[in-house]
Design a protein around this ligand. Structure first.
Ligand SMILES: [Zn+2]
Length: 225
């Protein structure tokens, strides 16, 4: 009986031989290969979404601690950067910020330098900074106290680009008998042979010798892998 790993590899070989439009090598159907993976989630199938209620208290001003993550606390480096940027009224509650002020506070990321003491530091809006910093980390790899902070701010959501498959658009558009590889991978392994058998009835030839699996895999040069 094929293990799941074998089965996944077999599917990739099957797709590399038969799918339309044809992509080429089996690895192009793998979320572990940069050429097959979804760029949005880097093949993980999930992306980090930010809970803004854990990032900002809109009723407060920057001087009163509107920014909630530890790295942005009053008197922290990041708080000093926002203060010295000259972009904000530090006593105005965030809820009264204009669209432009909100954009600057959350998303501005134009590499401008802000002087804090004698040091020039690069400005990054709160959301931009969190996304590139904590949000880009694998939560599993974080120290417990950092992970706690991560879990306050981020939730994992199914990647909107690949709907959880981890594969890029080209890999998902490449199909065998109307199915892409993600749809077949999501099936029970025990369901595959019946689907395969339906396909086999229209073809003939020896079983692939490599896995002795009973699957007949066709290539333009004949039946073989
Ligand atoms: Zn994705």
């Amino acid at each position: 009986m094929a293990t799941v790993t074998d089965a996944a590899q077999m599917l990739r070989v099957l797709f590399s031989r038969l799918a339309e439009p044809r992509l080429g090598a089996p690895s192009l159907y793998s979320y572990n290969d940069p050429r097959g993976m979804c760029a949005e989630c880097e093949g993980i199938g999930q992306v980090a979404a930010m809970d803004m209620a854990a990032v900002i208290d809109e009723s407060k001003s920057l001087n009163r601690g509107a920014l909630l993550p530890k790295d942005f606390a009053v008197d922290s480096w990041w708080w000093e950067i926002y203060k010295n940027s000259g972009l904000f009224d530090m006593d105005k509650p965030i809820v009264k910020f204009s669209e432009e002020e909100r954009e600057n506070l959350f998303h501005l990321d134009d590499a401008r330098k802000i002087k804090v003491g004698k040091i020039g530091l690069t400005y990054e809006g709160v959301v931009a900074k969190l996304k590139k910093g904590l949000g880009s980390k694998d939560p599993e790899s974080l120290q417990p106290h950092v992970r706690l902070e991560y879990e306050k701010i981020f939730t994992r959501q199914t990647c909107p680009a690949c709907h959880g498959a981890g594969l890029n658009a080209a890999a998902l558009a490449s199909k065998v008998m109307g199915h892409n590889i993600a749809e077949l991978s999501a099936m029970q392994v025990s369901d595959w042979p019946s689907w395969c058998a339906a396909w086999m009835r229209r073809r003939s030839g020896p079983c692939c010798r490599r896995w002795r699996c009973g699957w007949k895999i066709w290539s333009p040069s004949g039946w073989a892998i």
